[in-house]
Design a protein around this ligand. Sequence first.
Ligand code: ADP
Length: 459
Amino acid sequence: MITVYNPADGSIVGEAPEMSKAEVAQAIDRTCIAFPAWSRRLAKERSELLRAWFDLVKADRRAFAEVMVQENGKCISEALGEVDYGLGFIEWYAEEAKRVYGDTIPTHAADSAVLVVKEPAGPTAAITPWNFPFMMICRKIATALAAGCTMIIKPSEETPLTAYKLLDYARRAGIPEGVFEMVTGNPKEIGELFTSDLRIRKISFTGSTAVGKLLASASGATLKKMTLELGGNAPFVVFADADFDEAVAGAVLAKLRNSGQVCISPNRFYVHDAIYDRFVAALAERVSKIEVGNGMREEFVVGPLVNQTGFDKVAALVDDARKHDARVVLGGKQHSLGGLFYEPTILADIGDDVKMAQSEIFGPVFPIYRFTTEDELIERANNTEYGLVAYAYTRDLGRAFRLSHKLEAGMVIINSGSVGTASVPFGGVKQSGYGREGSYYGIEEYVEVKYVLMAGLNR
Ligand code: ADP
């Protein structure tokens, strides 16, 4: 068995099966065998099963949130928010299942008709991370099932309890074995079984760029469709004409969510020279009032980092910035609670040569860079191999449009620190991956377009 620990105090909160290769192979077989019947079910029937699952989970919303607090460390208010966010995908795709429309195209030949139909891609597989143990699974499985695909999921071994609880509720709602399978064990071994199997037609992965590339190249041998949500290095830009208080509030919200352990977390704050000092002071005042602690408290708190590796990475990046003469305005070290708790940290007067300018921090750290012109800002903001999301605060409409065109990211968020919901296409460009999840675009990733020519109609 795999032991699951509470990052807040190191206590054991549960265990999950460490499956053998043979057990994983059997689960893949079940996923493939279930596909033909599932793909033939009426869209309405698939929709009703998703809806039944949604209702059951919703009725037990708090229980799911508590499991997440225990295995991930996020605070209960955020965990409840994640349950609603994830449920939003099940609801959205239960509705969308009935609207996978095709096309007719004016024909090119006499006595014929041209049809375009969308067919489910086939049996699919997914690998999910620990930072959103609930939502990531909902987002992938709901889309796959709505499109008529079956799916096998390998959740993160850090957070398998939420995952298996979701599976249990899916079974109770009537979603059959094979249609939704789950495996845990050796990630590398499971990844190899998924990628090498000719029958699996698509893989959806959320996690690090390194593992995403590994899966994509391994999947090349069996030519799978892929959706890859990988690392980010989001710029968060505040111009002098921005609504100042809104920008400060947005920065805090976007950064401290999940203690900064989010792929869309702002990783580089660029603040215009004219408001720089005022912004740093206002941010410090606000952040210093936020408490750090165990997530079971009802109010928002910054929780522990998920594990020692994550903690050490954050500490090393802050030390590197300090060595490069960054000014520590707040925090900068382990919190007095000890363990995996790191103080919310603000770093000012920071140069572009620090390591954290190019690597994902994944912790509660605000590096604040200074800029003066829009052109300079765009160049620096785009100076990263990643391209997931970019945030900008400005009240100049022309500038807002220019930024939306010029910032290299799959998502540009103007005047808000909040990104995701079920109805929008989530995803990145460059080394942040490809493909989109959520919205109408998300389901397109799980279908194949088939062109049908019907000729000889008047013969
Ligand atoms: P993170 O740094 O967020 O943990 P990872 O990419 O390491 O990012 O993990 C995301 C998911 O990928 C987890 O479910 C993890 O178990 C899985 N994973 C890690 N290494 C591999 C691998 N070699 N093959 C397949 N999956 C992997």
